[in-house]
Design a protein. Structure first.
Length: 211
């Protein structure tokens, strides 16, 4: 299924990954309910295999003092919709890695959200230049349903790798499946390779599946 069916030159770079459909506006998509933000209880933790062995925490007000950047990107939900031109503003994941260096054995991270939602990422995907811990979208603070006060954005992977209501980053020395990765979705989730489902995983692309 090559091309967009509208006679685009075959050498034109595709805007929409294979099998995705363009949607207008910005759908809300998640499992479960929207958590309420309680600033007095909120923190962002970095834990697991840090180089120092210590964990690090920031309170909500501490986030403003961290480095910030803007990234414009599309959002590809693995069930099909792609929404375009999101302008994200927040803390580059790279800045987190600089501030809390991982131990040399770290290969993956687990991004943890409220209610135990999680998404695993290769360290290289978390370390990608466009991966952001976003606080703002199109110049406004995130809305509750899109992840306020903080969400991870990993634009080069399917949406399930971008947890809303982010609360922690865990450094891993071996890969472990996150929430959707454990429920039939691809461990890596590259939309340009259409890595949607775990049954498509090739050896080395994820921890062994049962069966
Ligand atoms: N905490 C949490 N984050 C989540 C999800 C979820 O169920 N819980 N769903 C993911 C999925 S599958 C997608 S496609 C995107 C959708 O983001 P949006 O609702 O801002 O469009 O959020 C991701 N982040
Ligand atoms: Mo999704």
């Amino acid at each position: 299924m090559a091309g967009n069916g509208q006679g685009a030159p075959t050498d034109a770079p595709e805007r929409i990954p294979p099998g995705q459909r363009l949607v207008h506006g910005w759908p809300v998509s998640h499992y479960g309910s929207v958590p309420r933000f309680r600033p007095e209880r909120w923190n962002l933790r970095v834990f697991g295999a840090t180089a120092s062995g210590a964990e690090r925490q920031w309170l909500f007000d501490d986030l403003t003092a961290l480095p910030h950047a803007t990234v414009v990107a599309d959002l590809h939900c693995a069930t099909g919709p792609t929404s375009t031109d999101h302008e994200w503003y927040g803390i580059p994941a790279r800045a987190v890695l600089d501030l809390v260096p991982p131990a040399p054995e770290v290969t993956h991270v687990m991004a943890w959200a409220e209610y135990g939602y999680s998404a695993n990422l290769r360290l290289s995907d978390f370390d990608a230049p466009e991966t952001l811990l976003a606080t703002h979208h199109n110049g406004e603070p995130l809305t509750a349903e899109h992840g306020f006060p903080l969400r991870l954005v990993v634009p080069h992977l399917y949406g399930y790798k971008s947890p809303k209501w982010l609360r922690a980053v865990e450094y891993l020395t071996e890969d472990r499946r996150g929430f959707w990765e454990d429920r039939g979705y691809h461990n890596i989730g590259d939309p340009w390779r259409e890595q949607r489902y775990s049954h498509q995983e090739k050896p080395g692309e994820g921890p062994r599946l049962p069966g």
